[in-house]
Design a protein around this ligand. Structure first.
Ligand code: KG4
Ligand code: ZN
Length: 364
C-alpha cells in the first residue's frame, strides 16, 4: 500500500442489512472499494410485512463474522493489513447497532487498531466523495425506509439539516401503502410495478406541505388518504390497486419536486460559494424510476448537477461506513471504546431539536 494510504474495514448493522466492506483511501484522497459484502434479511422479515428488530439483531449476530471474513478474502487482504475499523453506531435499531458496534470494537481492540464509531447518515452523505463525484458543498436528499431529509453537506462533520419529515419516512410511506393494498414487502418496488399499469388521475390524493415555506416533508396524510380511498371501494381489484399506486406515486413526485425547489433556494442562501451546485440522492427510494425522472427535471431547471450513486451504494452498505471512517481517520480522528450505540443520532446537532421528540433528537 502506498505511504499515507489507509485500508478500512467497515461494518453496517443498523437495520435489516448485514454488511462488511474493505475500502482503501489513497494518499491523494481517492477512494477504492476492494470488497462490499451485503446480506439482506428481506426473507427473514417478509412474513411480518416489515423489519422486526429482534429478528434483525439475531440475524446480524449470525451473519456478521462470516461476512467480515468474506470481505477480507474478496479484497485479498488480511486483518494485519488494516489501518482501522469503522462500524455504524447509530442511528437505527439499537439491537442491531449493538451487534456491529461491539463486534467492531472487539475486532479493533484485539488487533490494536483505531476504532471509528460512524453515524449511518454520514455514510450516506459522503458516498459521492468515495466515488470522486463532487466537491463540498453539496445538497443531499436522503430518502430511505427510515429517513427523509435534506442536508447541506459543507464538509466532513459539517452538516446543516435544511428539512426533514415531520412524520413518516418516504420509504415507510411506500411500504405502508403497499401493505394496505395487500402487496408484498418491501413495498416500494411493488408500488412502482403496479403504478406502471395505473391511471394516476382516477383518484385525487393530497400533496402534503406543497407550497409551504421551507423543505420539510409530511407523508402520513397521503398514506391515510390512500387508505381511505382503498376502503371506499367495494372490493379492490388489480386495476384499482394499479390506479391507486399510480396516484400515490404521482403525489410523491409532485411533493418531492416542490420541496426540492425550496431546498435548492435554501442551498443558495447558505452556500453561495458553491462553484457548481449539485444534488446528491441516497436511500432505497432513489430506485424509483418516476422519482428519478422528476429529480432530473427539477435539477436541470435549477442548474444543479444530479448525482445518484449506483443502487447498491444508495441503499445500506458497509463501503459507505468504511469510507466515512477513512475520511475521519485522515483528519486524525478516532473514537474511544466506550462510545455508545445511539438509536437516535442526528447528523446535524444544531437543528436536531426542531421537531421536539425529546432530548434524543428527531426520529426521522
Ligand atoms: O435505503 P434502504 O434500502 O434501507 C433503509 O431504509 O435503510 O431503503 C429501503 C426503502 C424501503 O422503504 C423500500 O420500499 C424503498 O426503499 N424502495 C422503493 C423502491 N425500491 C426500494 N421505494 C419506491 N420505489 C422503489 N422502486
Ligand atoms: Zn440507510
Amino acid at each position: 500500500m502506498a505511504a499515507g494510504a489507509t485500508l478500512i474495514l467497515g461494518i453496517e448493522t443498523s437495520c435489516d442489512e448485514t454488511a462488511a466492506a474493505i475500502v482503501r483511501r489513497n494518499d491523494d484522497g481517492r477512494g477504492e472499494i476492494l470488497a462490499n459484502a451485503v446480506l439482506s434479511q428481506t426473507r427473514e422479515h417478509a412474513p411480518y410485512g416489515g423489519v422486526v428488530p429482534e429478528v434483525a439483531a439475531r440475524a446480524h449476530i449470525h451473519h456478521l463474522p462470516g461476512l467480515v471474513q468474506r470481505a477480507l478474502s474478496e479484497a485479498q487482504v488480511s486483518a494485519s493489513d488494516l489501518s482501522a475499523v469503522a462500524a455504524t453506531a447509530g442511528p437505527g435499531l439499537v439491537g442491531g447497532l449493538i451487534v456491529g458496534h461491539t463486534f467492531g470494537k472487539g475486532y479493533a481492540l484485539a488487533r490494536d487498531l483505531p476504532y471509528l464509531a460512524i453515524n449511518h447518515l454520514e455514510g450516506h452523505a459522503l458516498t459521492p466523495r468515495l466515488l470522486g463525484e463532487c466537491d463540498f458543498p453539496y445538497l443531499l436528499l436522503l430518502i430511505s425506509g427510515g429517513h427523509t431529509q435534506f442536508q447541506l453537506v459543507r464538509g466532513v462533520g459539517d452538516y446543516l439539516r435544511l428539512g426533514t419529515t415531520i412524520d413518516d419516512a418516504l420509504g415507510e410511506a411506500f411500504d405502508k401503502t403497499a401493505k394496505l393494498l395487500g402487496l408484498g414487502y418491501p413495498g416500494g418496488p411493488q408500488v412502482e410495478a403496479f403504478a406502471r399499469n395505473g391511471n394516476a388521475r382516477r383518484f385525487p390524493l393530497p400533496r402534503p406541505l406543497k407550497g409551504r415555506p421551507g423543505c420539510d416533508f409530511s407523508f402520513s396524510g397521503l398514506k391515510t388518504a390512500a387508505r381511505d380511498t382503498a376502503q371506499s371501494l367495494p372490493a379492490l381489484n388489480d386495476q384499482d390497486r394499479a390506479d391507486l399506486c399510480a396516484a400515490f406515486e404521482a403525489a410523491v413526485c409532485d411533493t418531492v419536486a416542490d420541496r426540492l425547489s425550496h431546498a435548492m433556494a435554501m442551498f443558495h442562501e447558505h452556500a453561495d460559494d458553491a462553484a457548481r451546485p449539485a444534488l446528491v440522492v441516497a436511500g432505497g427510494v432513489a430506485a424509483n424510476a418516476r422519482l428519478r425522472q422528476t429529480l432530473g427535471e427539477i435539477t436541470r431547471e435549477n442548474g444543479f448537477d444530479l448525482h445518484v450513486p449506483p443502487f447498491h451504494l444508495c441503499t445500506d452498505n458497509a463501503a459507505m461506513i468504511a469510507w466515512a471512517g477513512a475520511e475521519r481517520l485522515a483528519r486524525g480522528e478516532k473514537d474511544t471504546l466506550d462510545a455508545p450505540a445511539r438509536a437516535r443520532w442526528p447528523l446535524d446537532q444544531v437543528s436536531a431539536a426542531a421537531y421536539g421528540s425529546g432530548r434524543l433528537g428527531a426520529k426521522a
